[in-house]
Design a protein. Structure first.
Length: 475
RNA sequence: GCCCCUAUCGUCUAGCGGCUAGGACAGCGGCUUCUCAAGCCGUUAACCCGGGUUCGAUUCCCGGUGGGGGCACCA
């Protein structure tokens, strides 16, 4: 039963059981997130069950910190799981546990014994090998530069929900238990999927070549394989080089977006569109709509390159529509982490006013600090390029002097009043509002980007504005 | 080297035998305007190549080429 409420197409609980099976050996990256998402979407779309299984058999590389990162990242993305360890890491839920492979040794041992007993496995060099059925012959392997024993077998036919029919030859016995007594990935993966009654295996295309091994394992154990669905991989952005995206690439880690206060719903929306589409031009969609429309056959077969700019755009679109209260919460969360955040947020009304002025202008929350500095300190930076440009046009010093002379008598209560004041001054001089705007903005904010100059003046107040104009005039 | 997957603008993609090949991001131009964004309008830009099949191929088939992945006592 879903705990997130997306039970759309199936009135009753379906038999679909999917799993996301990460190993806690590294940072949680974009590719993992999308695999998790597609599994989650399929579970919610069908009213099935989404299982989180932790593949932590690699003691050397495992870490509790990475384990926590898996829970936190999935939770942040909103991908809740029905079975698996609890999100806080304490205890677990579901009737097919334990959900951490490190605790399932007895189960693997049992299956190993079964294969040994029915002749589908044998021991050699201290390891346990899975035995293929067929005529044996020896051949020299160019790649591994040694002689290997091959087996003439019937080809494995994989009916893939995304790829269609895929045929592959599996012609070599392979290890299922290492000589150190530990089972290998292929084996535990298959055993767990059998034990957990997984109905659909949705995973990256990098596993497609492994699938023939897995199918043979299912056959050897005497179980019908589940449905496979191999999703395309996420490749590096063109400027990042070639190949599939790795944790080393810029923008590859979920943690980064979390730290930059991206909206998880924007990231999820973007990720859903990487390899899937609703069949029409819709792009920005509420999650419920994606859940409703998502299906396996609609998933693309070719790899997709990651585009951080489109993600940023998606984030902006979501940011734009956030209600004021939500935006304030995000802004507060962000500033709380900044070194001078407490001081910045000290005056609540002042802080709020500035944040809401910035909301429609920024692409992501982490731009807020730089975008609003000059509201919180007189010691703000000035963009030299912008300064050069503005000072080169017309006679900005003269305009500034006129503005300084006029300001004391100007009404400062509202944007409209300030606008009227500056316009009156401009008209008197036979000039336009724009002749004063640029230099005033530069003097008061150090840049050419920001809210309207009237809003800046009003929020800063007459005294502070005037002081900055004078300081700039002097400097 | 062997095996598998794949191929439409720079990028994400729509297309499922006949279309002026559509949308989005990015780019460019304009409108708006006090700047910067946003918004609106416009615009540059694609069917990898060669054979078939067909009255007709971006679409179906085959072969190349390009891209990706896999070939362990890693996961």
């Amino acid at each position: 039963m879903s705990i997130s409420g997306y039970l759309i197409s199936e009135p009753t609980m379906s038999s679909v059981r999917v799993r996301f099976a990460p190993s806690p050996t590294g940072f949680f990256h974009i590719g993992s997130a999308r695999t998790a998402l597609f599994n989650w979407l399929y579970a919610r779309h069908t009213g099935g069950t989404f299982i989180l299984r932790i593949e932590d058999t690699d003691q050397a590389r495992n870490s509790e910190a990475y384990l926590k990162l898996i829970y936190d990242s999935l939770t942040w993305l909103g991908l809740d799981w029905d079975e698996g360890p609890n999100p806080n890491g304490v205890g677990e839920r579901g009737n097919f546990g334990p959900y951490r492979q490190s605790q399932r040794a007895a189960i693997y041992h049992k299956y190993k014994q079964q294969l040994l007993a029915n002749g589908r496995a044998y021991e050699k060099d201290g390891a346990v090998w899975f035995k293929l059925l067929g005529e044996r012959y020896k051949v020299f392997d160019d790649h591994r530069k040694k002689e290997v024993e091959k087996v003439k077998t019937a080809p494995v036919v994989i009916a893939d929900r995304i790829r269609g029919r895929v045929e592959r030859q599996e012609d070599e016995d392979f290890v299922i238990f290492r000589s150190d007594g530990n089972p290998v990935f292929h084996f535990v993966n298959v055993v767990d999927d059998i034990e957990m009654k997984v109905s659909h295996i949705i995973r990256g295309e990098d596993h497609l070549s492994n699938t023939s091994k897995h199918v043979r394992l299912y056959e050897g154990i005497g179980v019908t394989p589940p449905v496979f669905a191999h999703i395309p991989l996420i490749l590096k952005a063109p400027e990042m080089g070639q190949g599939k995206m790795s944790k080393r690439d810029k923008g590859a880690l979920i943690e980064e977006y979390q730290q930059r206060h991206f909206l998880p719903e924007a990231l999820v929306n973007y990720l859903a569109l990487l390899g899937w589409n609703p069949g029409d031009d819709r792009e920005k969609m509420p999650l419920a709509e994606i859940v409703q429309l998502f299906d396996l056959p609609a998933v693309n077969q070719s790899n997709a390159k990651f585009d951080g700019r489109k993600l940023a755009h998606m984030n902006m679109v979501y940011l734009l529509e956030q209600p004021a209260e939500k935006f304030m919460a995000l802004a507060s969360e962000y500033f709380a982490k900044q070194p001078n955040g407490a001081a910045i947020m000290a005056n609540e009304a002042y802080f709020r006013e500035i944040m809401l002025l910035a909301q429609p202008k920024i692409k992501s929350i982490d731009e807020l600090g730089a975008y609003t500095v000059y509201f919180f300190t007189d010691d703000f930076p000035t963009d030299p390029k912008v300064k050069e440009k503005i000072m080169a046009k017309g006679d900005p010093k003269a305009r500034l002097a006129e503005l300084i002379a006029a300001l004391p008598a100007m009404a400062f209560s509202t944007d409209a009043a300030i606008e009227a004041g500056i316009k009156a001054l401009a008209e008197g001089m036979g000039l336009g509002f724009g002749d004063y705007q640029a230099v005033a903005r530069l003097a008061v904010s150090g840049t050419n980007a920001g809210p309207s100059i009237t809003s800046i003046f009003r929020v800063l107040g007459k005294e502070r504005s005037l002081a900055r104009l004078q300081r700039f005039m002097a400097g």
